[in-house]
Design a binder for this molecule. Structure first.
Ligand SMILES: [Fe+2]
Length: 192
């Protein structure tokens, strides 16, 4: 393994170890998720270790313009950390996660819109751009959608691995109905 890969593994391991400790000590609250976000932002500051050469986006013409590289996950599927690599032109409808979720930027920009659940579906209540030095954090029931225009790399971390989340919901606006959100279809194993 080259020096960069060793440094990257050490940085990932140290960050995930801290995230485990924060959750163990503080539980899952908006305050503890803020601490987790701050810790992951420190990891994301090591921009040179997480490039699109290390984590290439899907080939042009692929079914989706965004993929996830799993870089850490515990044996019980908790504390799943992914590097999200996108070529741009990608988005999701409003959805929840049924576990906590934190996104922090490495390079490029991801617009996040936040929603309240209302009788008629969802109502936007704000938005934030995730880029280097910023992040967003969600409690299990919180709703967001993501909107990516240009190439980006960011981290997505979840309390539980995406394949274990069978009851995530998204709002299908055309049908004015809530549906089960299937797991991401392009998750690539990248643990070393
Ligand atoms: Fe999400």
């Amino acid at each position: 393994m080259d020096k960069r890969a060793i440094a990257r593994n050490q940085e990932i391991e140290a960050a995930v170890a801290d995230v485990r400790q924060i959750e163990k000590k503080d539980g899952v609250t908006r305050a503890s998720l803020e601490k987790i976000k701050q810790r992951l932002m420190r990891l994301a500051a090591r921009q040179e270790l997480f490039t699109s050469a290390d984590y290439p986006p899907p080939q042009p013409g692929s079914k989706r313009n965004s993929c996830l590289y799993r870089v850490s996950e515990d044996t019980d599927h908790r504390f799943a950390l992914y590097v999200n690599s996108s070529d741009g032109n990608y988005g999701t409808p409003a959805h929840n996660h049924t576990t906590w979720a934190v996104i922090v930027g490495v390079s490029g920009e991801e617009l996040n819109r936040f929603y309240d659940r209302v009788d008629s579906g969802v109502k936007e209540k704000g938005n934030a751009v995730v880029k280097q030095g910023t992040g967003v954090a969600f409690m299990p029931e919180d709703l967001h959608s993501i909107h990516i225009e240009a190439p980006l790399i960011n981290f997505h971390m979840y309390g539980l691995a995406l394949e274990e989340l069978h009851q995530r919901e998204y709002y299908k606006a055309e049908e004015r109905a809530w549906k089960v959100f299937p797991p991401h279809s392009d998750i690539r194993e990248a643990r070393s």
